[in-house]
Design a protein. Structure first.
Length: 174
């Protein structure tokens, strides 16, 4: 089983691409923090109620520890970023984010980091998305998320149009 901690931008991307239900069909044990959940305007409460998205609510003491952790991190990382980084470190989970500063720092902290393109690759490989639907979803995402790497998006669009895919690297089982 894959254990993953989600940052807000992944939740937003999954919602914008219409992939929330399909994502949970992957069976990834998914967590986030209450701080990150507050950043997400999309209606995702149903996934919390179903137990598909587990939310770590921080106590006052945990919030103080988080603030100390945040103060030790490079500038540019938000308290919300640090909350999911700290949770990924504590749970030895992969961190799902599209935030480049967070990705870079998490990698330095030896946390495995993946993004929305990895999730799309996984959905295609697991045949939860056919190639045409994957193309559709990625085209939606490129319109709503200008930070996606253009070359990697074009690579996938070309492969999926040819009926092929990218084999996503698999994290070790937790």
């Amino acid at each position: 089983m894959i254990l993953a901690i989600q940052d807000a931008n992944i939740l937003i991307d999954l919602h914008n691409a219409g992939l929330m239900e399909t994502y949970f069909d992957l069976g990834i044990e998914t967590h986030t923090t209450d701080l990150v959940l507050r950043e997400v305007a999309q209606p995702i409460g149903v996934y919390v109620l179903r137990g598909q998205l587990k939310v770590k609510s921080l106590s006052a003491d945990e919030l103080l520890v988080l603030i100390g952790f945040w103060n030790e991190q490079p500038s540019g990382l938000t308290l919300e970023d640090c909350s999911v980084l700290q949770l990924a470190m504590q749970m030895q989970a992969i961190l799902l984010t599209g935030d480049n500063k967070l990705r870079s720092h998490a990698t330095k902290c030896q946390v495995e980091v993946r993004g929305i393109l990895w999730l799309l690759d996984l959905l295609v490989e697991e045949t939860l998305l056919d190639h045409a639907t994957a193309i559709d979803c990625l085209n939606k995402l490129t319109k709503t998320n200008p930070r996606l790497p253009v070359d990697e998006c074009e690579k996938r669009l070309k492969l999926w149009a040819e009926g092929r895919g990218v084999v996503p690297p698999r994290p070790p089982n937790n």
